[in-house]
Ligand binder design. Structure first.
Ligand SMILES: [Zn+2]
Length: 433
């Protein structure tokens, strides 16, 4: 591979979703090797997608080999292992051809990163979103699985490898081990933990409504009991059961209102007998429990415990800071970060990792568009280019898109970054890594 030094702080524009762009051309692929099979069946479309990204302003394009693996091609197309290996190399060659053609038109030199996806992606069971398979595979086993295809991809001489959507630190360590053996450079981006924020938000809204009802009941019961203490006890019980920070705050506020109501009621009337007050409380508690059970996460997300720290946690559950630090010291890992994660948590991610010592290596973000199937979380949708300058200022150096982003998004990102002196196009003769 080419060898040079990455300029710290230089903003590099990466490409967007390869699968999305191929889907835009009419290829809705759900096969064993996902859109990688199009390297064999529709090479011109794969090349067009790569070229469109270069023309839109991407400095680096990632090959369509994310889900490519020799045994997959053998199984899918009934070819020999040798032929299957050639398909992997072809994936790199198509991107290089696209780069060369775009360079003639633009005069700008681009770079090719050979995509290496997570092992789980080849299982076609969505386990790349959980990394659950690392429980049953050693780092050595994962390394043995990744090594042949990484070696084959490197034989096609990409500028760099792109280890993408890696769900677990254990798998990242396996990839690092391969890089050290191959003496090849790569960037590595983690997949962050998914959370259905829409469902969580809905749960909070409903929980707040329950809190309101509970507080009213508390006020009525307390008024009947003529005891402010009763209000406080009920508030504590409801709060513990709800177990939501928002609910806690709302309940506290409502409790204050309830206390005022009780005081006012007590000042104007005497107490009377209460009946069935406990059944009202019990009803509220049960209702809260049933709501929490109702708002379960998607089948591919660990349902327990609910995941709300997705910006800080890999898909498998490693602390992102620990994971990044564990791999960034490897000399063959030239850039690190996250891809295929929610736009909604980019700020949280950057703020969580911004003070990490990365040895001058670039921090990568490649988030999904708000319309991604993996990413239904935004209550106020926006596009990457609307925030990209802020993210660059916050430390992101290599920036692109993932699921549901296309060359239009990348063009908009390039445009948005034009005013940033760190985001100039890579000059002719200049190297990436
Ligand atoms: Zn993605």
């Amino acid at each position: 591979m080419n060898s040079a030094v990455i300029q710290p702080k230089r903003v590099v524009i990466l490409d967007g979703g390869t699968g999305t762009s191929l889907a835009n051309l009419g290829h809705a692929v759900e096969d064993l090797t996902w859109c990688s099979c199009l390297i064999k069946t529709h090479p011109n479309d794969v090349k067009k997608v790569h070229k469109d990204y270069f023309l839109a302003g991407a400095d680096v394009v990632v090959t369509a080999t994310y889900q490519a693996f020799v045994d997959g091609f053998v199984k899918q197309f009934g070819v020999s292992k040798e032929e299957a290996s050639e398909f992997l190399k072809k994936g790199v060659e198509l991107a290089k051809e696209a780069r060369d053609e775009a360079e003639i038109e633009t005069g700008r030199h681009g770079f090719v990163a050979a995509s290496v996806g997570a092992y789980g992606a080849t299982l076609c069971d969505r386990s790349e979103y959980t990394g659950v398979y690392v429980d049953n595979m050693s780092i050595e086993e994962l390394s043995e699985w990744h090594m042949p295809r990484m070696k084959t991809l490197c034989e096609a001489r990409p500028d760099i490898l792109a280890c993408e959507t890696i769900p677990a630190l254990a798998e990242a360590m396996a990839l690092v081990s391969c890089l050290e053996k191959l003496q090849e450079k790569a960037w590595l981006t983690f997949q962050l933990k998914l959370v259905e924020v829409v469902a969580a938000a809905a749960a909070i809204v409903v929980a707040v409504l329950v809190a309101v009802v509970a507080a009213i009941i508390a006020a009525v019961v307390a008024a009947a009991a003529v005891e402010v203490v009763v209000v406080l006890v009920i508030v504590v019980v409801v709060t513990v059961v709800a177990a939501e920070v928002v609910v806690v705050l709302v309940v506290i506020v409502l409790a204050a209102v309830a206390v005022v109501v009780v005081v006012l009621v007590n000042s104007s009337s005497s107490s009377s007998g209460s009946s069935n007050s406990s059944s009202g409380i019990t009803s509220s508690i049960c209702k809260t429990h049933s709501m929490k059970n109702h708002f379960t996460l998607s089948p591919w997300v660990k349902p327990d415990p609910p995941c709300k720290r997705d910006a800080k946690t890999t898909a498998y559950g490693d602390d992102v800071r620990v994971a990044l630090q564990a791999i960034v010291s490897c000399p063959f890992v030239v850039a690190v970060g996250a891809n295929c994660f929610s736009l909604a948590v980019v700020d949280d991610f950057l703020s969580y990792v911004q003070d990490l010592p990365l040895f001058g290596k670039p921090l990568i973000i490649k988030p999904n568009a708000e319309k991604s199937e993996h990413d239904k979380s935004l209550t106020k949708p926006f596009k990457i280019h609307e925030r990209v300058a802020d993210w660059a200022a916050a430390g992101a150096c290599w920036i692109g898109g993932c699921c549901s982003t296309d060359s239009t998004d990348i063009g908009q990102i390039r445009q948005a970054m034009e005013k940033d002196p760190h985001s100039r196009f890579i000059a002719k003769g200049e190297t990436l890594v």
